[in-house]
Design a binder for this molecule. Structure first.
Ligand code: SF4
Length: 355
């Protein structure tokens, strides 16, 4: 670590952060509550999602499932329906499983004990610490993307994110800072500073409350050193929008497996060696649907997931018939939003096929 203007002093840095937070914190809906369940929902939603995007989903989710017990009692379809459009659906499924476990093991009360919280599905060290510090006032640290950026700069940590040595240093610094009064506010102050001042590019150092302790300021824009990139794997898929007319309805199947598992989607499969028309017919047959299918796709699209780049050719099949069952449904296109948990990708596929 290089020398800073002032030597590292967790107590003084903490005081400066709390003063700044009291004056500048945004009034986000989950900041008005100490309910551990609401904080849990907000933290899961804000992972990999911008705060502005998450707010309406958070409000809808809590209106529909106001307590752990309400969420636990809901079906997975209902949960995914309310989550629909927010992406990263695994988060929703794990949150749902976590709620069921809280009801089954802890009588519907999110556990105060940190180890018990950490053992819940989908709750890692970050989420456990956020719930513990904000809802229960426990001195538990958090390190998310924003906090990692602030601390890597403040402490001039020049090893790449993801390396054990880096993670150890970040968590140790976060633990030193949170070990004092108002741990929930302190953790949120670090996150807020990362979101509003110590931003990825062009950090606003002159208005930063901890500038005088910042060892990394001269090289701030090069920190944190990113983790080595893994290339997104390209996946070729065919999707078939099989419709019936008047009113316009579409056949959806509930997907199984890693890619959008649990969500409702049009029949879709990875394109193998056969020509596209044959692959599309296989996708329909696997779903149990009979329909008139053209030889060529109606359009194509790409869709980026965290580790995959999907390239889809989209077919439109008409006059489709099948026997509905628990994992196959004929749904009115107009009512899709209120009816099912469908992914953003499915909406994009429908746009291509039905435009
Ligand atoms: S001084 Fe600049 S680089 Fe350092 S923590 Fe503040 S905003 Fe970030």
């Amino acid at each position: 670590m290089a020398s800073a203007t002032n030597p590292w002093d967790p107590q003084r840095v903490r005081r400066a952060l709390l003063r700044w937070y009291d004056a500048h914190a945004r009034p986000l809906p989950w900041r008005a509550t100490r309910d551990p369940y609401a904080i849990w929902v907000s933290e899961i939603m804000c992972q990999q999602t911008r705060v502005d995007t998450a707010i309406p989903y958070y409000e809808r989710f809590l209106a529909r499932f106001p307590s752990v017990a309400d969420l636990a009692a809901a079906s997975e379809d209902e949960v995914l329906g309310v989550w629909s459009g927010l992406g990263y659906y695994r988060r929703a499924r794990l949150l749902h499983r976590g709620a069921r476990e809280v009801v089954a093991r802890y009588g519907g009360q999110v556990p105060r004990d940190a180890q018990a919280r950490l053992a819940l599905p989908g709750v890692g060290r970050y989420t456990a610490g956020a719930i513990g510090s904000i809802a229960f006032g426990a001195r538990e640290p958090v390190v998310d993307g924003n906090v990692a950026r602030v601390l890597a700069r403040l402490r001039r940590i020049e090893t790449p994110l993801g390396r054990a040595v880096t993670e150890r240093a970040l968590w140790a610094d976060a633990a030193a800072l949170v070990d004092g009064p108002r741990p929930g506010a302190l953790n949120q102050a670090l996150m807020e500073l990362g979101a509003l001042v110590c931003t990825p590019s062009a950090p606003a150092c002159p208005r930063c409350p901890v500038e005088r302790w910042c060892a990394g300021r001269p090289i701030a824009e090069t920190l944190p050193v990113p983790r080595p990139k893994t290339r997104a794997r390209r996946l070729e898929l065919v999707a078939v929008v099989a419709t019936r007319a008047r009113p316009l309805r579409v056949w959806l199947e509930r997907r199984d497996g890693e890619l959008f598992g649990g969500l409702w989607s049009v029949p879709m499969r990875e394109a193998g060696g056969a020509d596209l028309g044959t692959e599309a017919r296989h996708a329909l047959r696997a779903a149990g649907i009979r329909a008139r299918l053209p030889q060529t796709p109606r359009g194509e699209l790409t869709h980026l997931l965290s580790h995959r780049r999907l390239h889809l050719r989209v077919f439109r099949a008409t006059g489709a018939a099948a026997t509905p069952h628990a994992d196959l449904a004929l749904v009115e296109v107009e009512r899709l939003a209120e009816d099912r948990g469908v992914s953003t990708l499915t909406r994009k596929i429908l746009d291509v096929a039905l435009r």
